[in-house]
Design a protein around this ligand. Structure first.
Ligand SMILES: [Mg+2]
Length: 289
């Protein structure tokens, strides 16, 4: 019986366990570090475990995010950052190389599109791309609606309905997209969490197997749903927008629930202490008990 086993293919016996980590509500709230987040990330760096920060905020580019994290005492590099703006731009570049986009969004999205060979135009685009931001005005919405009716495809970086701020909520990308969808009768394609496009691209970016990937997030509808759909270990932290009693409203559940990232052990989760048997050693450790 023929066996396909070329010499160039190797099968590592101990593939690394790695982490996809949401930021807002997990690492910081607004401009404040969540206590213990710096220790957890420091442990990942010390243990040389692969990880990637995964954000549905398309406003900032990688360098902006790194600067924000540095100011909070988290010393990571640009290679640790993966935004939905990057995921969207790479997706469009793969679908239609060298295309054109009309953008409702900010610097992070514009930068990512340019980096991936896209031109930003104000008429007759291939795509209308909508991201987070506060620069949208009625004229832009009107222009975008006409373009979609003329055949441009409607793309959303994400569909989060709102964004947390120090002063409460403001409308998110999903709210702007809903206005365009209602006016045009067309449905947007969304690339950010929980879309498999972004969830899978992030895992592959740092070379992880699905079965050895943990997603840490604070939002059921994005972080946890995406992880459940992709077969990653889903870890919900209650330091952001979700309370423990909210879980009953969802048909899917995270694998672990902890009060904060401070309650997690990177070594335990990666199975390092017990020779790869992570599932048997993981336990939730309620804060203060
Ligand atoms: Mg979050």
């Amino acid at each position: 019986m023929p066996v396909y086993a070329p010499d160039s293919v190797t099968f590592p016996s101990a593939a690394p366990h790695g982490f996809l980590i949401d930021m807002d509500g997990v690492i910081y709230r607004g401009s404040e570090l969540i206590p213990g987040a710096d220790r957890f990330i420091g442990d990942l760096l010390d243990l040389d475990l692969p990880f990637l920060f995964l954000t549905n905020n398309s406003q900032r580019n990688r360098r902006d995010v790194v600067t924000k994290l540095h100011r909070l005492g988290i010393e990571v590099s640009e290679s640790h950052i993966f935004t939905c703006a990057m995921a969207t731009a790479r997706f469009l570049a793969a679908q239609k190389p060298g295309g054109t986009a009309y953008v409702i969004g900010e610097g992070g999205l514009l930068h990512a599109l340019h980096e991936n060979g896209y031109s930003i135009v104000d008429h007759d685009p291939d795509y209308v791309v909508v991201g987070e931001g506060r620069t949208v005005n009625y004229e832009m919405v009107e222009a975008a609606i006409r373009m979609v009716m003329d055949g441009a495809k409607l793309i959303a970086t994400n569909l989060d309905p709102h964004c947390p701020t120090q002063h409460g909520l403001r409308p998110g990308c999903g709210a702007i997209v809903a206005m365009l969808e209602t006016a045009t009768g067309r449905q947007a394609f969304s690339v950010g969490k929980p879309s498999a496009v972004m969830m899978r691209a992030a895992r592959k970016e740092i070379g992880l197997d699905a079965s050895r990937t943990s997603m840490i997030g604070d939002t059921m509808a994005t972080d946890i749903l995406g992880a459940v759909q992709l077969g990653y270990r889903a870890i919900l932290v209650l330091s952001g927008g979700t309370r423990r009693e909210d879980l009953t409203a969802y048909a899917y559940r995270p694998d672990m629930v902890v009060d904060s990232i401070a309650d997690l052990s990177a070594a335990d989760l990666a199975g390092i202490a017990t020779a790869g048997n992570a599932a048997a050693t993981v336990s939730t450790r309620p804060r203060g008990s």
